[in-house]
Design a protein. Structure first.
Lengths: 238, 204
C-alpha cells in the first residue's frame, strides 16, 4: 500500500490513541443531523488532513473511491417522490453523503499516517482477545499471499484457454478454483500450525511494548473528541 | 453489499456493533489453537473473493461466500467475517467502521444458519451438489433480507419511491444468488470429491 509522506507529528503519534479517538469521532460524526454542522465537520476534517501533510490530489483521488456507492444510495433517495426534489430529501441525502465522506476522511487519517504493520501492531496493543489478535496478524499476512495466488491461478487458467464469463462452465471453473484454494488453505494452515507450535506458539504472538502517552497524545484526543462533542452541543443549541 | 458509513442511524450503528460483539464472543468461545491458522486463511480467502466485484447496473456486487464460510468454519465463521471486513475497511476503505458491526452480522448470521443446515443434512455417501447450491443461494437471500430489514428499520425513506434503495439492492443481488449458488455448488462438490473429511468435520 503506497502512502504519501506525512508530517512527523502525526506519524509519531501513539497508534492506540489514534485508533480510539478516530473510532469515537466516527460515531460522533454519524450522530450529527444538521447539514450546517456536518459541513463544518467536513471542512475541519479536510483542514486536519492537510495539516497532517496529506496532499490535496491524494485526498481528492481517495474521496472518489466511495462515490459510486454514495451516488447509488443518493439518487433513489433524492428522487423518491418524483422529479421534484423536496428540501427534506435533499437534506437527508446531503447528510448521508457528507457522513460517508467524513468517516472516509477519518479512516484516511488512520490508515495513511503510518505504516500498515504499525497499524496492526497498534490494534493488537488494544485490549482485544488473544485469538482475535492472532487471527488479525495472520490474516493480514495471508491476504497478500492469497491475492497473489488468486491472480496466478486465474492467469494460468486463462493461458489454458479459459474465458471469463458467467455460464455453467465458468461456474465450474470458479467453484473448483475456490474449492482448490480452500483445500490448499487447510493444508497450509496445518503446516503453519505445526511450524508455529515447533517455535513455541501459544496464540500469544509477542507484542512490542507500547509507547508512553505524552502531551501530544493528550492534545490529539482532547482536540479531536472535544471538537466533535462541541459540534454536537452546537447542533443541540440550533 | 457492504453498508458504508453514514447510512445507519447512530442507534442502529451502536445496536448492531453490540450485536456483532455478542456473536463474536460466541464464536471466539473455546477456540482451539490449531483452529487459528485455519480461521485466518479462510478470512483471507473471504477477503480476496470479496474484492472481485461484478459491475451490475448502478452498483456492484461481489461473492460473499456466506454458505461456504459456514460449511468450512462452523461457529468460527463470524471471526473470519469480522477480520475480513475489518481489513477491507481499514486497508482498502471498502465498507465502513461504524457499519463494521452490521456488516459482520449480515454475513455471519446466514453463515451460522447455513452451517447448522449443512451439518445436519450432509452425508459423505451422498453428493452435496444440490444441498450446497441451495445453501449458497440461501446465504445471499438471507444476507439481503437482513440488509433490507436494517435499512427499513433505519429510515423509511430507503423503502420509498418508484425505484427505492431497497428495490435496487434486491434486484442487483438476484444474479449474485445464482453466482453464489453456482460457486458454492462446485466448490463444495470439489472438496467432497477430493477430501470428504473436511466437510463432515464441523459439527452443528
Amino acid at each position: 500500500m503506497s502512502r504519501p509522506k506525512v508530517y512527523q507529528w502525526i506519524e509519531n503519534l501513539e497508534i492506540r490513541c489514534k485508533i480510539l479517538s478516530i473510532f469515537i469521532a466516527a460515531f460522533l460524526l454519524i450522530s450529527i443531523e444538521v447539514p450546517l454542522i456536518i459541513s463544518l465537520a467536513l471542512i475541519g476534517l479536510l483542514t486536519l488532513s492537510r495539516l497532517m501533510g496529506l496532499p490535496w490530489n491524494f485526498i481528492g483521488k481517495k474521496l472518489l473511491l466511495p462515490m459510486p456507492f454514495l451516488i447509488f444510495m443518493a439518487l433513489p433517495l433524492l428522487l423518491g417522490e418524483g422529479l421534484s426534489i423536496t428540501q427534506e430529501r435533499l437534506e437527508f441525502t446531503y447528510l448521508l453523503v457528507a457522513k460517508g465522506l467524513g468517516v472516509f476522511l477519518l479512516m484516511m487519517m488512520l490508515v495513511f499516517t503510518q505504516e500498515e504493520y504499525q497499524l496492526v501492531e497498534g490494534l493488537r496493543q488494544l485490549p482485544i482477545p488473544k485469538t482475535l489478535s492472532a487471527v488479525l496478524v495472520l490474516s493480514f499476512r495471508y491476504v497478500h499471499v492469497w491475492t497473489g495466488t488468486l491472480k496466478k491461478t486465474y492467469r494460468s487458467s486463462v493461458s489454458r484457454g479459459f474465458e471469463k464469463g458467467w455460464n455453467k462452465n465458468t461456474f465450474k471453473v470458479y467453484g473448483e478454483m475456490v474449492g482448490g484454494m480452500i483445500l490448499r488453505s487447510l493444508d497450509q494452515s496445518q503446516r503453519v500450525h505445526k511450524t508455529m507450535l515447533s517455535r513455541g506458539f501459544s496464540r500469544d504472538i509477542p507484542i512490542k511494548p507500547s509507547k508512553a502517552l505524552g502531551k501530544r497524545e493528550g492534545f490529539w484526543i482532547i482536540g479531536l473528541v472535544a471538537t466533535f462533542t462541541l459540534l454536537k452541543v452546537l447542533e443541540m443549541r440550533l | 453489499m457492504h453498508l458504508a458509513d453514514g447510512v445507519l442511524s447512530t442507534e442502529m450503528a451502536v445496536a448492531t456493533t453490540v450485536g456483532a460483539a455478542g456473536i463474536l464472543a460466541y464464536s471466539l468461545y473455546q477456540t482451539k489453537e490449531e483452529e487459528i491458522p485455519k480461521i485466518s486463511l479462510m478470512s483471507a480467502v473471504f477477503f480476496t473473493f470479496a474484492m472481485f466485484s461484478l459491475p451490475l447496473g448502478p452498483s456492484s456486487v461481489h461473492p460473499l461466500l456466506t454458505a461456504l464460510l459456514g460449511i468450512i468454519l462452523g461457529r468460527r465463521a463470524p471471526i473470519a467475517v469480522f477480520i475480513g471486513l475489518f481489513i477491507q475497511a481499514a486497508v482498502f476503505q471498502h465498507g465502513g467502521i461504524t457499519t463494521l458491526g452490521v456488516n459482520t452480522l449480515l454475513i455471519s448470521l446466514p453463515a451460522l444458519l447455513c452451517w447448522q443446515i449443512f451439518s445436519r443434512s450432509y452425508h459423505r455417501e451422498k453428493s452435496p451438489y444440490i444441498l450446497s447450491g441451495f445453501l449458497g443461494g440461501l446465504g445471499v437471500v438471507l444476507s439481503v433480507g437482513l440488509l433490507v430489514m436494517v435499512l427499513w428499520a433505519t429510515d423509511i425513506r430507503y423503502t420509498q419511491g418508484v425505484v427505492s434503495n431497497i428495490q435496487l439492492i434486491i434486484v442487483s443481488h438476484i444474479p449474485l444468488m445464482f453466482v453464489e449458488g453456482g460457486i458454492t455448488t462446485f466448490a463444495v462438490g470439489f472438496i467432497h470429491k477430493s477430501r470428504k473429511t473436511v466437510l463432515g468435520s464441523v459439527k452443528g
